[in-house]
Design a protein around this ligand. Structure first.
Ligand SMILES: NC(=O)C[C@H](N)C(=O)O
Length: 321
């Protein structure tokens, strides 16, 4: 029987609703009750790493989790399942993708309805994630998110609905696979990049969203506040209002600026030649990130800056993913 490591970090999957209907963390992890139903899947070792709502998860906690997993993997597990709150689940999944280069499956899951709510999805998601983690087909696919019977890559997945159990979706390149009652199907393989385990996260990276008629003051403030990098969620295929161009020129002298699109789907390119268009942004030295959303691009830039990536390194590592 395969050996799995199950790590709990908190989130709704570990919560229950109280008498007034508000959902809160529990002292006793409700998932412990589900484990007897998983004994035929694997030999499972459980670790309670944290019991945090995922809005309380920080990049430093993600880094501690990454080191914790690396350390635990020395005991020779065949796979890892991590339960996590859904609000920042995609960020932790991608952070682990950036830092842990393990060939075994690392699978994150969570729940949208807490343990004592009608139609609670925690147990189903946990059991499904464990089944994926023991599947040979899941090896070498990077960090996965398994939710509502779907398998996603950490790179593509994003939370798309505030309350639906069908919230996690893959953008740009589609799902990696699905789980049915009897089978785990993995029909796609993501393009995996080199990983970098860092000791600390000392660089501050801000995210700003561009909007119609945006004024340059917030952009300039990022420079004045001493940030080390900026991720800019730009318009459409990669454009900004003309009033931002001079501020961007000033800021590029202080820090790398990575652009992603504020569109939910698709990539940024230097298509448009008008003022503030992608052609000008490219000439100004902005780094075009193809496919990542801003919250994941931020984590990647934090790590790249930590390993002292040059501008050329950044262009390469953000472009081809
Ligand atoms: N469904 C959830 O897990 C949402 C919760 N707010 C969390 O991220 O911890």
């Amino acid at each position: 029987m395969k050996k799995l490591l199950l790590i709990h970090t908190g989130g709704t999957i570990a919560m229950a609703q109280n008498h007034s209907g508000h959902v809160l963390p529990n002292d006793i992890n409700p998932l412990d009750a589900s484990l007897p139903r998983a004994t035929d899947i694997a030999d499972i070792t459980t670790r309670h790493f944290a019991n945090l709502p995922s809005p309380h998860i920080t990049p430093d906690i993600m880094l501690r989790l990454a080191h914790f997993i690396k350390e635990e993997l020395q005991s020779g597990y065949d796979g890892v399942v991590i339960t996590h709150g859904t609000d920042t689940l995609e960020e932790t999944a991608y952070f682990l993708q950036l830092t842990i280069g393990a060939p075994i499956p690392i699978v994150l899951t969570g729940a949208m309805r807490s343990s004592n709510e009608v139609g609670s999805d925690g147990e189903f998601n946990l059991i499904t994630a464990l089944r994926v983690a023991v599947s040979d087909a899941a090896k070498g696919k990077g960090v996965l998110v398994v939710f509502n019977g779907e398998i996603h890559s950490a790179f593509n997945v994003t939370k798309t609905h505030t309350s639906s159990v069908d919230t996690f979706k893959s953008v740009h390149f589609g799902n990696l696979g699905m789980v049915t009652k009897d089978h785990v199907y993995l029909f796609n393989t993501p393009l995996l990049k080199p990983t970098h385990m860092v000791r600390e996260l000392s660089k501050r990276v801000a995210v700003l969203k561009v909007y119609a008629g945006m004024e340059p003051d917030l952009l300039l403030a990022v420079g004045e506040l001493g940030y080390d990098g900026l991720v800019l969620e730009v318009l459409g295929q990669g454009n900004v209002p003309p009033g931002l161009v001079e501020a961007i020129r000033t800021l590029t002298e202080q820090m790398p600026i990575v652009i992603v699109s504020r569109c939910f789907n698709g990539i940024v390119q230097d298509v448009y030649g008008y003022v503030g268009g992608g052609q000008q942004l490219k000439e100004l030295g902005l780094i075009f990130s193809n496919g990542l959303n801003s919250q994941k691009a931020r984590l990647k830039l934090m790590i790249e800056l930590e390993i002292e990536a040059t501008h050329q390194d950044l262009e390469h590592s953000f472009q081809v993913e």
